[in-house]
Design a protein around this ligand. Structure first.
Ligand SMILES: Cc1ncc(COP(=O)(O)O)c(C=O)c1O
Length: 443
């Protein structure tokens, strides 16, 4: 049983923890639970002790990042350089999820409906603030796939309408358009662009020049899953607006990797996964829809007509796990405690560090621009004479380094390297040394 002093101490840690304090609901009943996120109590004050440090100084302050690493439960006997697929969640998020699971199982229909589900509104407000939009434009989903497919299938498109995207957009999204093409007769045009691009203009021009009389949608990634190329989102969305096209932005890799103001982009739709850069639990995502566009998009799972103008119409998925979603709040708290600018500076620093070490090694080719405007955490490279699958397998077998092979059909293949806030300089340097050793060993 938690004593009063402990409860008060706990209740002052972060908005999401506060949300788990005893709350009156219904008539006069009170929840018999209190905030009990010990991991939050342990780590947050330690991280916040660094709040005075600028992003530039913090980026290479190993003492700070050692604290961050301690916040996770990662396997130190392998080097995880693939946070691009999914990030581990820190302890405070794991604990928040377990706590919500306990509450859920006390009496699901009561605690879930009366307590856990209404908490979604707190999360909506906090996610909207982080994204930079009105809370009435923010839906909570299960992942980017769900968020984007709501728009991909829900926008009013007819036979002959063209969607313009790139050859480096995410395969599931291309599959979704392929299905809509078979069902409704829309067409899909995929534009290639160089990796690395010489400048954001090169990307902008590639898309802009490909717009034709039948184009109705511009769909592109804020950060590509292939080489981590950052797109000029604002310019492309403004172009779409000027030409009367819908803009759909795939933000799976951008949200919470580096700070931005989503409203300034002026996009129509933005989807992201929170289990990547926000380090929220698996199966959490967000969907931004510009307010004026909400009535025009059909939800994937049906909603009553009364919700037609309401962003919540995109959340009508029936009974589904709530514990993962309710832990999003602690992920936001953790992210904010690190500081979005400090995090982005660190991620750039780590990528630049390994890229710099191999830039001049014969046979090594960097596919990501070594430029802070065009890249942040993700970097992709290849070694001439060895395929991406084989290089991935050798790094795993010989050095216990986990990376992802990436393939752009008919264009290139390489390995994508994604350090995270828990990555150490030793890990990044060990990766660089392994690549150089393998490159030099080839005939
Ligand atoms: C650019 C991009 N879009 C969409 C997705 C799909 O994300 P999820 O599987 O979380 O829906 C990914 C996953 O890696 C991605 O990299």
């Amino acid at each position: 049983m938690m004593n009063r002093r402990r409860f008060i101490r706990n209740a002052t840690v972060g908005a999401a923890t506060l949300a788990a304090a005893p709350v009156a609901f219904g008539s006069n009943s009170r929840l018999p639970v209190a905030s009990f996120n010990d991991a939050a109590l342990e780590i947050l004050p330690r991280i916040r002790a660094w709040q005075h440090e600028s992003p530039e100084v913090a980026a290479s302050d190993e003492d700070f990042w050692a604290e961050i690493r301690r916040a996770f439960t990662i396997d130190t006997n392998q080097i995880n350089l693939n946070s691009g697929s999914v990030s581990p969640a820190p302890r405070i998020v794991q604990e928040a999820e377990r706590n919500a699971l306990t509450i859920q199982n006390m009496s699901p229909s009561l605690w879930v409906d009366e307590f856990l589900i209404p908490q979604r509104e707190v999360l909506r407000t906090r996610l909207a603030a982080l994204f930079g939009c009105d809370r009435e434009e923010m839906a909570i989903t299960r992942n980017t796939t769900e968020s984007l497919e709501i728009a991909q299938f829900g926008l009013p498109l007819k036979a002959g309408d063209e969607v313009l995207t790139t050859t480096q957009d995410y395969p599931s999204m291309l599959t979704a358009y392929g299905q809509r093409a078979r069902r409704d007769g829309i067409t899909l045009k995929m534009v290639p662009f160089p990796s690395p691009a010489s400048s954001p203009d090169e990307i902008f021009d590639a898309m802009s020049n490909a717009i034709g009389p039948r184009t109705k949608v511009l769909h592109f990634s804020h950060v590509t899953y292939t080489a981590g190329q950052i797109f000029p989102v604002q310019r492309l969305c403004q172009l779409a607006r000027a030409k009367g096209l819908y803009s759909i932005v795939d933000g799976a890799h951008a949200f919470a990797q580096f700070p931005f103001n989503g409203t300034e982009f002026d996009c129509d739709v933005y989807g992201a996964s929170l289990h990547k850069w926000l380090t929220a639990p698996f199966g959490t995502g967000l969907l931004y829809v510009r307010k004026g566009l909400i009535p025009s998009i059909w939800p994937l799972t049906a909603a009553p007509e009364s919700l037609n103008d309401d962003i919540r119409k995109f959340e009508q998925i029936g009974t589904a796990p709530v514990a993962n979603r309710n832990a999003i709040g602690e992920a936001i708290t953790f992210h904010e405690a690190i500081g979005a600018d400090r995090k982005a500076a660190r991620l750039r620093f780590l990528r630049e560090r390994w890229m710099h070490q191999m830039a001049d090694v014969p046979g090594v080719e960097l596919l990501t621009p070594n430029d802070s405007i065009q890249a942040c955490a993700l970097g992709t490279m290849r070694i001439n004479g060895i395929g991406a699958n084989e290089l991935t397998e050798r790094l795993q077998r010989e050095d216990q380094i986990h990376v992802r092979p990436r393939f752009v059909p008919n264009e290139w293949e390489g390995i994508r390297v994604t350090p995270n806030v828990f990555s150490t300089l030793w890990e990044v340097d060990t990766f660089a040394a392994a690549v150089i050793r393998i490159a030099r060993s080839l005939p």
